[in-house]
Design a protein around this ligand. Structure first.
Ligand code: ADP
Ligand code: MG
Length: 224
């Protein structure tokens, strides 16, 4: 429809800007990395400094990768997709990561046939971000629950963790670009997620209590 075309135009404009910036940074970065390797191979200097520099390069690359998530032009088309199938696929993907931290991911799907109209890889990215954050918030193991149900004309997904919770000071800054409390975080996951859900005419809510855990609630219009 016209409305959907408009939505994807807007998103691709954002995507093109992100891709443009990421590429501009990537080229000089590649050159710098090459010279760093050259100097390292000729140097008898402190290996520790080279390791720090390489780790910082890896961090910049991670940020660029997350920026490029918004800029894949080939898959901007919106299609009717089964939300339960999509969630199953990403849970399977993240399960090994969870098991390594003694975490179980539980699925609670009210029905299998809950369809939404979406750009599949983007919606997948959103739930990857939420589940990854949940895993990262749980240092003592536990259960992550992914709940799927219908409420009115919306599909509702709740991602609940038993992690450390989010303090009020952090809560009010969620979704701000580059805002992170993690040593190796990028602070882009939630910003990208909020943007994608907004582009799909959905909404995100969060409930959290410190020490108890966090629930992210995503509402997306059902396909009619
Ligand atoms: P990153 O994961 O790279 O830090 P995000 O945008 O994904 O960036 O998250 C931003 C911040 O929000 C995190 O650094 C963390 O402080 C907080 N956060 C997000 N999800 C959770 C969660 N499930 N439990 C606790 N804190 C969270
Ligand atoms: Mg994250």
């Amino acid at each position: 429809s016209e409305e959907m075309l408009h939505q994807s135009d807007k998103l691709s404009a954002v995507g093109q800007l992100a891709a443009g910036i990421a590429h501009e940074i990537r080229n000089p970065l590649t050159s710098l990395k090459g010279f760093l390797q050259l100097i390292e191979s000729q140097s008898k200097g402190n290996k520790e400094y080279f390791d720090i520099m390489k780790a910082e390069f890896a961090r910049i690359e991670q940020i660029l990768t997350e920026l490029l998530i918004l800029s894949k032009p080939q898959s901007m088309i919106k299609e009717t997709k089964s939300l339960s199938k999509l969630l199953e696929e990403i849970i399977a993907l993240l399960e090994t990561q969870a098991i390594m931290k003694n975490i179980e991911i539980q699925k609670m799907f009210e029905r299998e046939d809950i369809d939404i109209i979406c750009t599949e890889y983007q919606i997948k990215q959103v739930f990857v971000n939420f589940i990854k954050n949940a895993i990262e918030a749980m240092d003592e193991g536990g259960i992550i629950t992914v709940e799927l149900m219908v409420e009115g004309s919306y599909a509702v997904v709740r991602v609940r963790d038993e992690g450390n919770g989010i303090p009020a000071k952090v809560l009010e800054r969620l979704g701000e670009p580059f805002f992170t409390t993690k040593e190796n975080g990028t602070g882009l996951g939630l910003m990208v997620s909020y943007k994608i859900i907004e582009e799909h005419n959905g909404a995100i809510d969060v409930n959290s209590s410190e020490g108890m855990g966090t629930t992210f609630i995503v509402r997306l219009p059902l396909a009619m």
